[in-house]
Design a protein around this ligand. Structure first.
Ligand SMILES: Cc1cc2nc3c(=O)[nH]c(=O)nc-3n(C[C@H](O)[C@H](O)[C@H](O)COP(=O)(O)OP(=O)(O)OC[C@H]3O[C@@H](n4cnc5c(N)ncnc54)[C@H](O)[C@@H]3O)c2cc1C
Length: 497
């Protein structure tokens, strides 16, 4: 029996594959696409609403995106890049809403003030410098700053309640920050793809291997999880959008570009509060500073979330040690990912990051009271009984070979593509879903280089993302125009603003 043939095979039904599928289908509706997902549902791993914080990462509140340099100045480069990337996502989602391809925006994105909060003289001095550096830039021109406890009590009443008046405090606020239900968004993107005759979704099927043939096409093995039957699908282009499962598949592809990569898995947990009396008192996302020695992904934050129409509060994440690459993965994932090519970098990272390992073990051993105690640093009146533990998704941080130390642990995301552009993968975790559109446009630029250069795709892409090819970081007028449209289309201007 001959193999089924597709133009594009999307591995995994998370926000990345769904976004790439939607972008490609808008650019060329005739592309034959198949999406394969090992679970029985779409968007159920890291993209699920409760498995991530749902912060539309724009650099407004995340203090780890603006590190302090050795000379005491604050570097804002990363925050600018992430902010501009998030604007790209907002533009594409606006287009889809306008075209009726996504539902009313309140179902997946809501305006939630983004605030950073610090206490103690040193952290206040840092936040003041951070604000001064960011406020200069048009991307952050609407950021507000205050050291006045009375103002902060208005901005974040729960956080300011019963706070020691002798300790200096400071906060910044951006009113058009967002909370995003990436799980809902993913499901709706896939739902709209399913309306296309050229698109097929295989749930409950696992990609077990892939090999490139002499003609450049990929022969991909797919196992039906119910029957264990394996078949092969032939694809011209494969996207390994398997989240934590991407690294093992990238290794199986055998492309030289995969050499030397390893993964450092970190699991997460939240404290979640459903009590409406508490929930209604906190309507923003408040990000603090990570404790000394803690990894960047454990920056504590108290978040107002809207999930499936319900308002809840999340606090965390509490990072923990794991050997699984996926929430519904195997305890053997980490060990199976060891290869001759990545053993040295993996061992180097294990040697150089003992403090991180110790931190993760300590976090894992925390009791409920210990966790609520951490929350009390934010919200002094928190009661144990109002909060329960919920597990978040897994992150697989990138381990990369490097000449000086043998291996390095990275906290961002990276797109790996084969030289011939027939295979792409996304490794790493953060900022992730928020910047999915910019990341998938990069995949298209690297793997569909000729087509994206064509007049036809250049024209269409500007329909989807009007700022395409321009720098929002540099073009003030364009940023204002783009932001006016996205804030209005996605209903991101809160009435009390
Ligand atoms: C605790 C936490 C907090 C976060 N907070 C934020 C945030 O506030 N804002 C933000 O933007 N991002 C956040 N992120 C990151 C964000 O969740 C991810 O960037 C994003 O969801 C990744 O999407 P994905 O499609 O790559 O992966 P996933 O959503 O994990 O999808 C991958 C899919 O591939 C499937 N799969 C795996 N292996 C196979 C296989 N062999 N065959 C078939 N299918 C397979 C999986 O079952 C899964 O459904 C957070 C992540 C975590 C863990």
């Amino acid at each position: 029996m001959s193999n089924k043939k597709v133009d594009v095979l999307l591995v995994g039904a998370g926000v990345m594959s769904a976004t790439l599928g939607k972008l490609l289908s808008q650019l060329d509706p005739s592309l034959k696409m198949m999406m394969v997902e090992r679970l029985g549902k779409v968007g159920h791993e890291s993209s699920h609403g409760l498995n991530n914080a749902g912060t539309g990462h724009a650099g407004y509140c995340e203090l780890n995106y603006t590190p302090e340099r050795a000379d005491g100045s604050v570097s804002i480069d990363r925050a600018l890049k992430i902010n501009a990337s998030f604007e790209v996502s907002l533009q594409f989602w606006s287009y889809l809403v306008e075209q009726g391809l996504l539902p009313t925006p309140e179902k997946f994105i809501n305006p939630v003030h983004h605030q950073s909060f610090v206490h103690g003289a040193a952290d206040v001095a840092f936040l003041r410098k951070r604000y001064a550096a960011l406020r200069e830039h048009h991307l952050f021109e609407e950021m507000e700053y205050s050291e006045d406890p009375a103002v902060l009590r208005e901005w974040m009443p729960l956080v300011m309640a019963q706070r020691d008046s002798n300790t200096p405090v400071a906060a910044t606020r951006v009113k058009h920050g967002t909370d995003v239900d990436f799980g809902f968004l993913t499901r709706k993107l896939v739902k709209s793809l399913l309306k296309l005759p050229q698109f097929e979704l295989q749930l409950g099927h696992t990609i077990t291997g892939l090999r490139q043939h002499g003609d450049g096409r990929w022969h991909v093995r797919i196992r039906d999880n119910h029957t264990d039957k394996v078949r092969t699908v032939e694809a011209g282009f494969v996207f390994l959008g398997a989240g934590g499962g991407a690294l093992p598949l990238l290794q199986k592809s055998g492309i030289p570009e995969a050499q030397g990569y390893g993964g450092f898995p970190v699991s997460g947990q939240w404290l979640i509060c459903h009590n409406p009396k508490v929930v209604r008192q906190h309507t923003s996302k408040v990000y603090g500073k990570a404790p000394v020695g803690a990894p960047p992904m454990s920056v504590p934050h108290l978040d107002a979330r809207i999930l499936g129409g319900e308002s809840v509060l999340l606090f965390g994440p509490f990072a923990s040690i794991t050997t699984r690459f996926l929430k519904e993965g195997s305890l053997m994932d980490l060990f199976s990912s060891l290869t001759a090519g990545n053993l040295k970098p993996m061992l180097a990272v294990a040697r150089d990051n003992l403090d991180l390992t110790r931190y993760l073990v300590n976090e894992a051993l925390k009791s409920h009271t210990d966790r609520v105690d951490a929350l009390r640093d934010f919200y002094a009146e928190a009661k144990n009984e109002d909060w329960e533990l919920a597990s978040a998704g897994q992150r697989v941080q990138i381990i990369k070979r490097c000449a000086d130390k043998g291996g390095r642990l990275e906290f961002g995301t990276e797109i790996v593509t084969s030289r011939d552009g027939t295979l792409a993968s996304l490794l790493g975790a953060s900022p992730g879903a928020s910047t999915s559109v910019a990341a998938m446009l990069e995949v298209i630029e690297r793997c569909f280089a000729e087509r994206i250069a064509s007049a036809e795709w250049q024209y269409k892409i500007r329909d989807l993302v009007p700022s395409y090819g321009e720098s929002l970081d540099e073009n003030v007028a364009l940023l204002h125009e783009v932001r006016r449209r996205t804030l209005a289309t996605l209903h991101l201007e809160r009435e009390e603003n």
